[in-house]
Design a protein around this ligand. Structure first.
Ligand SMILES: Nc1ncnc2c1ncn2[C@@H]1O[C@H](COP(=O)(O)OP(=O)(O)OP(=O)(O)O)[C@@H](O)[C@H]1O
Ligand SMILES: [Mg+2]
Length: 463
């Protein structure tokens, strides 16, 4: 069914059109152009076709002027001109102004109208395809490569996978929470991929990096001349994400001034571009992530509680790496493979059991990102095919004092002991004799401690 706007000052022509079009099309009849323009400005979705009479009678703007306004305000609209006999000159002028075609009001009007409708149907399909392709291209340009793969078979992640499956097809916002580096962005991508929008775009907005004064244009797009340097019209992220997912990363840092507008778009799925008058309707699934404490941000007046309510249709909490350590080996191998693919000349292909054992009980306050950096640094340093303890430079500072430091004295002392051992082993390149010397222990004392802490690493060293 096509939505057709017809503008003619003669009611009998409008009636005739209505009859000719039949019930399978929806006709919006107007006696003059101004009313039709108002209607189109209010209407969320543009019409499929406008049938415009050029002679609209005294007291109203002539058809050619209306045509110009239509072309300016709704350049994508298809306008067909209705002409009386003997006004071919005008019809030609109308074609120059961008009308798609003209039909003469004569006894064959019905036939000509049917032809026009068939043509409109074809044009509409082409326009739809174009729009979809443009969006897809913009999306493909925006992202480089396929959405990254998410590793996770540890039971600690089972709940997250279940939620991803359950929520994938539900067109409501989901808020993804978790410490820094836990993989929130990957969860958002997995959610997109698992759902019925997987063929649609996945568009990310980094709310922390968004410039407050440009945020609106970035999200909603702009028409010509919205700012001095805004050369032409540009769609915003919401339009680019039409039919897919818009992921608001670091949503806790979204400027407050934008939050209200965002809320509205999420609720009504419609907005207008900056400087634009037309409402644009979209079909966008919104997901968001943050490691900020949003309730605290709300209390401090930096986050709107209504936006929070809206974003939390459901919440996925991504557990920290220390609660899913079984995945560490697979993650390490995944990062080695990725690094090899990206960087030429990397020799290393694997990681030793000793090195894995050393990683197994790291606190990883920076979570998967920290592990990734650690492994990539090791892979780059490693002169061998296998990353070993010596290649890992575990940063002593991070986890030292507090992070894993709960528990009583005994536990804390043990924790401290283990850390010193690990550092000494790393510094000596896994050479036990050297590590023993550094810690002023006998070789046997050190071996006992290594065994006690299951660090099981290293070579005995022969000097
Ligand atoms: N399960 C996983 N499988 C593979 N790679 C992962 C996984 N989780 C995280 N990563 C990688 O770790 C890095 C950090 O992940 P991501 O950016 O998604 O974290 P984040 O939770 O958004 O962190 P932040 O809060 O700091 O933005 C990325 O390079 C990502 O590809
Ligand atoms: Mg992130």
């Amino acid at each position: 069914m096509a939505e057709i706007v017809a503008i003619d000052d003669q009611p009998e022509v409008l009636e005739l059109l209505e009859q000719l079009l039949g019930p399978e099309h929806r006709l919006h009849p107007f006696r003059h152009g101004e009313a039709a323009l108002d209607f189109l400005a209010r209407q969320g979705r543009p019409a499929d076709l406008v049938i415009l009479d050029l002679d609209l009678g005294p007291g109203h703007r002539p058809g050619l002027e209306i045509l110009e306004l239509l072309r300016q305000r709704h350049p994508e609209l298809i306008v067909v001109i209705l002409t009386g006999k003997g006004s071919i000159d005008e019809a030609v002028r109308a074609m120059r102004l961008g009308a798609a075609d003209f039909i003469e009001k004569d006894p064959r009007l019905a036939q000509r109208l049917q032809l026009q409708l068939a043509k409109v149907e074809r044009l509409r399909r082409v326009a739809d395809d174009n729009r979809r392709l443009r969006r897809r291209c913009a999306w493909l340009e925006e992202r480089s490569g396929p959405l990254p793969e998410m590793i996770g078979s540890d039971a600690g992640l089972a709940g997250v996978w279940r939620q991803i499956q359950d929520l994938a097809d539900i067109p409501r916002p989901v808020l993804i929470l978790g410490e820094r580096g836990t993989g929130k962005e990957l969860v958002a991508a997995a959610l997109h991929r698992a759902g019925n929008r997987r063929e649609g775009p996945f568009i990310t907005v980094n709310c922390a990096a968004i410039n407050e004064s440009l945020a609106e244009a970035e999200l909603f797009g702009h028409e010509k001349g919205a700012f001095t340097d805004a050369a032409g019209r540009r769609p915003g992220k919401f339009e680019l994400a039409d039919g897919g997912t818009l992921f608001l990363d670091e949503v806790g840092n979204m400027p407050v001034s934008i939050q209200k507008k965002l809320l509205r778009v999420i609720e009504y799925q419609s907005f207008s571009r900056l400087r634009g008058s037309r409402e644009i309707k979209v079909d966008v699934r919104v997901t968001a992530a943050t490691n900020a404490d949003l309730p605290a941000e709300i209390a401090a007046g930096r986050f709107r509680s209504d936006l929070y309510d809206r974003l939390t249709f459901d919440t996925i909490v991504v557990p920290p790496l220390r609660e899913r350590r079984q995945d560490i080996p697979a993650l390490c191998r995944h990062f080695i493979t990725g690094f090899r693919r990206e960087v030429a000349g990397v020799r290393c292909r694997d990681i030793s059991p000793a090195a894995l054992a050393l990683l197994a009980d790291q606190p990883f306050p920076g979570n998967v990102r920290e592990l990734k950096n650690l492994i990539e640094r090791a892979a780059y340093r490693c002169r061998d095919e296998v990353i070993d303890v010596a290649d890992l430079d575990l940063r002593p500072g991070g986890a030292e004092a507090g992070e894993a430091g709960g528990g009583g004295l005994r536990r804390r002392v043990a924790e401290f002991e283990r850390r010193l051992l690990r550092q000494a082993l790393a510094a000596s390149g896994g050479n036990l004799r050297q590590a023993a010397r550094d810690l002023e222990l006998s070789y046997d004392q050190l071996r006992r401690l290594v065994k006690k802490h299951q660090l099981g690493a290293g070579r005995s060293g022969d000097n």
